[in-house]
Ligand binder design. Structure first.
Ligand code: ADP
Ligand code: MG
Length: 245
């Protein structure tokens, strides 16, 4: 069954060692839909992304990914996660491996590609993120923006139904942010769903079908980007937006 929803969280609670961090969140992301999560530091945004692939296990509620209930206990989580791509604030590239191999490795390990096919696909993905000519370099020979674009290429290599982005530009100097945002704007044109934690308002306005604002482990407001950014209903969202503008 092909579900129109690639991600569905139903009244999820989750946390660490008994401390509740996600306190009753329901959220859906449809095929190709782009959802942006905002909210103050510590509100549970990163944890929510981890819950979506059960890297953090919910203590209650249900998680569905691409029509499969991950919380049922009978799903191969490794297989399920292989349908997703993750881009973190820190790029998490292997420093001892060339750029092309950083992208080719998951194709070989997760997708079972031959060495030649993995390399060919990796080269094409690197071209798509504007890194033709950098394939044989090592990550530390690249700028932060370029490293993050390698991480995006690697995430796209999974051919994901949903791409999770956790503050992909917040570790970058302002002049490097733009190049990463440009690549993400390009990626957003594809029919890949995105669940992105970001405080980049211009990016959110351009890309987000919906914005959800979190506070203390709950979604306190959710709606179309223009509604949330221009006329939020709650004082708390107004105050938060004032802080990040
Ligand atoms: P955000 O991404 O919105 O800043 P997080 O999801 O990272 O929020 O964190 C939410 C809360 O969970 C914070 O209080 C944080 O200290 C706590 N937390 C995050 N990761 C862990 C962890 N691995 N172990 C224990 N507590 C954690
Ligand atoms: Mg975070």
């Amino acid at each position: 069954m092909v579900s129109e929803e690639v991600l569905r969280l139903e009244d999820v609670e989750a946390g660490y060692e008994g401390v509740e961090v996600i306190r009753g969140v329901s959220l859906t992301v449809k095929r190709g839909e782009k959802v942006v999560i905002m909210g103050p530091s510590g509100s549970g945004k990163s944890t929510l992304l981890k819950v979506a692939v059960l890297l953090v296990k919910p203590s209650r509620g249900k998680v569905f990914l691409d029509g499969e209930e991950l919380t049922s206990g009978s799903v191969d989580l490794r297989k399920a996660r292989a349908k997703t791509g993750f881009v973190f604030q820190s790029y998490n590239l292997f420093p001892h491996m060339k750029v092309v191999d950083n992208v080719a490795l998951p194709l070989r390990i997760v997708k079972g590609y031959s060495k030649e096919d993995a390399r060919r696909t990796a080269l094409e993905l690197l071209r798509q993120v504007g890194l033709a000519g950098f394939e044989e370099k090592y990550p530390l020979q690249l700028s932060g923006g370029q490293q993050q674009r390698v991480a995006i290429a690697r995430a796209l290599a999974m051919d994901p139904v949903i791409l999770f982005l956790d503050e992909p530009t917040s570790a970058l100097d302002p002049e490097l942010k733009a190049e990463v945002i440009d690549v993400l704007l390009d990626v957003a044109k594809r029919n890949i769903a995105m669940l992105a934690v970001t405080h980049e308002l211009d990016f959110a306005r351009e890309v987000a079908d919906r914005i959800a604002v979190m506070e203390h482990g709950k979604i306190i407001e959710e709606g179309p980007a223009s509604k949330i950014l221009d006329s939020p209903s709650t004082e708390r969202v107004k105050a938060f937006l004032k802080l990040i503008r």
